[in-house]
Design a binder for this molecule. Structure first.
Ligand code: 1CP
Length: 342
């Protein structure tokens, strides 16, 4: 699998590519199935449909890896938080976690109730071409905690930051619970057949630089140490979004660092490439036209020439992206990096 070779810094004939959020609303096939099934959670929980959606972009785009179709919030949902996805509002928890009493109500071993996820992993792996990798994933404890405490997506992170600054022991207790459950949740995905695991710390940038290690990165390291010790052959990707000043401190037992679009790729390469494969970091807005794509591909392939690299966006694809331009991007990355590697 070229994707796994790149994760482990083995030479590849061209740069592998996949697209963050590649299964989703920009694809007409996804929208049709989503409308047929009704709710987003039902789509995640149906093994048949989640398998189909996971494979849609593989067949259409010819990317080098599939990512399990699910969400970072299914784990807290299994822990007892009532989750819905509302149009124009995104995810909502009806009963957010507000105090120590709420922590006691969280279900232990919730990962055991997520058989539908493991069944989907197994089903996708069975149908996926042997040359393509399957990525399993979870949210970082910090990022998942932001939704559990705020009850929904947030621009200010006001509630969780009040907790963090006035009651750090509550925050650490919640983060420890999530770390334990995430370890086992990801382990089950590996046992079911995932070839790689990605941990999304999408809201890393809500934390000030001086608090990032203590409230987020440290917990991701705990998960990666656990998984790497038992499953060294499984590639591990961390995605700490929007924390460029933290890059020099990134260190630990994992293989790939996801670089978001706001970071200088030259700087990330010079800081991290001796140790890690880099993944990223095209601005998803540059999918606008063939010209903007050509320019982005040439620039990124040139910067990463001779280094281990997985091409991706620096965050999720937007629902407005045109599928045929995404397909064009994949072709261009394969073509231009293939020439560059010769
Ligand atoms: O209406 C719909 O059809 C639902 C839209 C949608 C989709 C397609 C949501 C709701 N989640 C997903 C799938 C999803 N989420 C995947 C698998 C699809 C793929 O990559 O091909 C993955 C890996 C995620 C991960 C996820 N969910 C993250 C981390 C990645 C990132 O983009 O930063 C986050 C932050 C979420 C929360 C979430 N779920 C859904 C939405 C709209 C959001 C973001 C809400 C917010 O901005 O706060």
């Amino acid at each position: 699998m070229i994707f796994i070779d790149a994760c482990f810094k083995k030479p590849t004939d061209y740069t592998p590519i996949w697209i963050m959020r590649q299964a989703g609303r920009y694809m007409p096939e996804y929208r049709a199935l989503r409308a047929e099934v009704g709710s987003f959670l039902d789509l995640c929980k149906s093994v048949k449909h989640a398998t189909e959606v996971t494979l849609q972009p593989i067949n259409y785009l010819n990317v080098d890896a599939a990512i399990l179709f699910s969400d970072i919030l299914t784990l807290p949902n299994a822990m007892g938080l009532d989750l819905s996805f509302e149009a124009n509002k995104g995810p909502v928890f009806a009963n957010p976690v507000q105090n120590e009493k709420d922590l006691l109500k969280l279900k232990n071993n919730a990962f055991k109730d997520m058989q539908y996820v493991y069944d989907t992993v197994q089903s996708v792996r069975g149908k996926l071409d042997k040359s393509k990798a399957l990525i399993g994933f979870a949210g970082s404890p910090w990022t998942v905690a932001t939704y559990m405490v705020e009850g929904s997506g947030t621009k200010t992170f006001y509630n969780i930051k009040q907790k963090l600054y006035t009651d750090p022991s509550f925050m650490h207790k919640l983060l420890e619970i999530l770390t334990e459950q995430t370890k086992f949740y990801l382990e089950e995905q590996i046992k079911a057949g995932a070839d790689a695991i990605m941990i999304f710390d999408s809201w890393a940038n809500a934390l000030p630089y001086e608090d990032y290690y203590e409230f987020s990165f440290k917990y991701m390291l705990e998960i990666s140490n656990y998984l790497k010790e038992k499953y060294p052959h499984i590639a591990l990707i961390l995605f700490p979004k929007g924390v460029s000043s933290f890059l020099p401190q990134i260190n630990g037992n994992f293989d790939v660092v996801g670089i978001d679009w706001s970071i200088s790729l030259e700087y990330a390469r010079d800081t991290l490439s001796h140790k890690y494969t880099l993944q990223g970091n095209m601005d998803p807005s540059k999918i606008h036209s063939k010209e903007t794509i050509d320019e982005a591909v040439e620039r990124i392939v040139d910067i990463m020439k001779g280094k281990s690299h997985i091409f991706n966006f620096g965050h999720g694809i937007m629902p407005t992206a045109k599928p045929e331009l995404v397909k064009y991007l994949v072709e261009q990355v394969h073509k231009k990096s293939g020439i560059a590697s010769r």
